[in-house]
Design a protein around this ligand. Structure first.
Ligand SMILES: NC(=O)C1=CN([C@@H]2O[C@H](COP(=O)(O)OP(=O)(O)OC[C@H]3O[C@@H](n4cnc5c(N)ncnc54)[C@H](OP(=O)(O)O)[C@@H]3O)[C@@H](O)[C@H]2O)C=CC1
Ligand SMILES: O=C1OC[C@@H](O)[C@H](O)[C@H]1O
Length: 404
C-alpha cells in the first residue's frame, strides 16, 4: 500500500512543485529534534515529506532493529541531518531528541509510546493509537504524568476538507445527521499474507488498520465535542475471518448507533483488507480510495476519498427537497485552521503542523491535559479512546477476540 501512497504523493509533489519549496524552506535556529522508531514503509509519505517543508522540525535519527536498515533509509531519502540507531532504546536514551514518531506495528504502539513519554519525548503515534481502549488510557495517564504530548496520527482529521464537512454537518442548515456510512476496501493481494496487518499479536485486522472508517463515522455522527460521552450500541457486526488465523478480521461490516444528548445517529462501516477480485480475475483498484456519505434530514453530503483528500476532493451536498447539488472543496484555511496552510500540504503536513504547534505550546508552558481546548485542530486522547472503544464493541458483537 505504501508504494501506492508514494506514487500518489510523487505525482502530487511534482504537480505542486514541492521539491523546490522544500529546497527553499529555511529551518529555524532551534528546530524540533525528531527521532523515528522503525524504518517503516510509511515513513517517506507520513514524516519525511512533511518535515521537508516544515521550518521548525528536523529528523535527527532513525532507529531500526537492524542498524543497516535505518542507514539504508537515511541514505535513500538523503536525510542529511539524521543518524542511524541500532535499537529503539538507543534512540530514546539520546537526550538531544525532543520528540519521536512511532510507525511500528499496531500492537507495539502503546508500549513504545509509553517508553518514549517516560524518556521525556513528545510522541506522534501512528494509527490506530493502541491495541485496546485500556492502552489508550495508559498513554493518556503517562502523557499527563510526564507532561509530554501524545497525538494519534489520524492525519485525515487534521485536514481542512474534513473540517469543512464537519461545519456543514454541525451548521444545522440541513437538519441533523441521521446516518453516516464509511467504506474502505483494499483488494486481496495488496498486502503479503505475512504483512503486519494479518498478525493478531501485532494487533492486526481490518478494523484496526482501517480504523479511519470508525473515526469518520463517529466524528460526523456526534456534535462536537460529545464523542467521549456518546452511548454506543452495536446492532450488527459481521466479520470475514482470515483463513489462517480466524482472530484476524480480513473484513468487517458493522452497524452501530451513537447516541448523545440531542442526537441518535446510525453509523455503518465496511472495511476490507483483502477484498475478493471481481469475477476472481480483476483486483478492484477503484475501491482503493475510501468513501464517506452523510444522510442529513434535508441533504446528502458525500466526501469521497476522505482519508487522503489532498490528492483531490469533491465534496457534494445534495438538497433532498430540490435535488440541487452544491460542490465544495477546502485545501487550506477553514473552520479550524483559520488562515493557515498551503495547497501543496498533504494530510500528513497538516498533521505535523498541528503536532509541532502543540509541542511548542507545551514547551512554552501549556498543560497537556488542555490541548483539545486550545485553538487549532487536534485529535484528543479522549477521542482516540472513544474510537478504539467502538471498535472493541464491534469485535465483541462479531465474536472476534479483543487485541491485547
Ligand atoms: N498514516 C497512514 O497513512 C499510514 C499508517 N500506517 C501505520 O503505520 C504503521 C506501520 O505500517 P507500515 O509502514 O505499513 O508497516 P511496516 O511493516 O513497513 O513497518 C513497521 C515497522 O515496524 C518495525 N517492527 C518492529 N517490530 C516488528 C515486528 N515484530 N514485526 C514487524 N515489524 C516490526 C519494523 O521496523 P524496523 O525498521 O525496526 O525493522 C518496520 O519498519 C502501522 O501502525 C500502520 O497502521 C501505515 C500505512 C499508512
Ligand atoms: O492510509 C492507509 O491506507 C491503507 C492502510 O492499509 C494503511 O495502514 C492506512 O493507514
Amino acid at each position: 500500500m505504501s508504494w501506492a501512497l508514494d506514487l500518489i504523493l510523487g505525482a502530487h509533489n511534482w504537480y505542486q512543485g514541492v521539491s523546490k519549496i522544500a529546497a527553499s524552506t529555511k529551518k529555524t535556529a532551534s528546530p524540533l529534534r525528531l527521532g523515528i522508531l522503525g524504518a517503516a514503509a510509511i515513513n517517506p509519505a507520513a514524516i519525511f515529506d512533511p518535515v521537508s517543508t516544515h521550518p521548525d522540525v528536523i529528523i535527527v535519527g532513525i532507529a531500526a532493529r537492524s542498524k543497516s536498515k535505518a542507514e539504508a533509509q537515511i541514505k535513500q531519502y538523503s536525510l542529511t541531518s539524521a543518524r542511524a540507531y541500532s535499537s529503539y532504546d538507543d534512540l530514546l536514551s539520546d537526550p538531544t531528541i525532543e520528540a519521536v514518531y512511532v510507525p511500528l506495528p499496531n500492537g507495539l504502539h502503546a508500549e513504545w509510546a509509553i517508553k518514549a513519554l517516560q524518556a521525556g519525548k513528545h510522541v506522534l503515534l501512528e494509527k490506530p493509537i493502541a491495541s485496546n481502549a485500556q492502552q489508550v488510557r495508559d498513554i493518556r495517564r503517562v502523557s499527563e504524568e510526564t507532561g509530554e504530548v501524545a497525538l494519534e496520527a489520524f492525519h485525515w482529521r487534521l485536514y481542512p476538507a474534513a473540517h469543512l464537512v464537519k461545519s456543514l454537518v454541525d451548521s444545522g442548515e440541513y437538519g441533523k445527521a441521521t446516518e453516516v456510512k464509511a467504506k474502505w476496501e483494499l483488494p486481496a493481494g495488496l498486502f503479503a499474507k505475512d504483512d503486519i496487518r494479518f498478525h493478531y499479536d501485532l494487533a492486526g485486522g481490518s478494523c484496526m488498520d482501517l480504523m479511519y472508517v470508525f473515526s469518520a463515522t463517529s466524528y460526523y455522527a456526534t456534535p462536537t465535542p460529545n464523542l467521549k460521552d456518546a452511548e454506543v450500541e452495536v446492532l450488527e457486526a459481521k466479520a470475514r475471518p482470515n483463513k489462517t488465523d480466524p482472530r484476524i478480521d480480513d473484513a468487517m461490516s458493522a452497524t452501530y448507533v451513537l447516541r448523545s444528548d440531542s442526537h441518535s445517529t446510525l453509523c455503518k462501516i465496511e472495511a476490507d483488507l483483502a477484498a475478493p477480485w471481481l469475477w476472481g480475475l480483476v483486483p478492484k483498484f477503484w475501491t482503493l480510495m475510501p468513501s464517506l456519505s452523510i444522510e442529513m434530514e434535508q441533504a446528502t453530503i458525500l466526501f469521497p476519498g476522505f482519508a487522503g483528500p489532498w490528492s483531490g476532493h469533491a465534496i457534494t451536498v445534495t438538497d433532498k427537497a430540490t435535488g440541487k447539488v452544491t460542490k465544495h472543496s477546502q485545501y487550506v484555511d477553514g473552520a479550524q485552521w483559520g488562515q493557515r496552510g498551503a495547497r501543496f500540504w498533504t494530510t500528513y503536513r497538516y498533521q505535523l503542523e498541528a503536532f509541532v504547534d502543540k509541542v511548542r505550546a507545551v514547551q512554552a508552558g501549556a498543560d497537556v491535559r488542555r490541548l483539545g481546548e486550545m485553538s487549532g485542530p487536534w485529535v484528543s486522547l479522549d477521542e482516540s479512546e472513544a474510537v478504539v472503544g467502538i471498535v472493541e464493541k464491534v469485535y465483541e458483537k462479531a465474536g472476534i477476540p479483543l487485541r491485547k
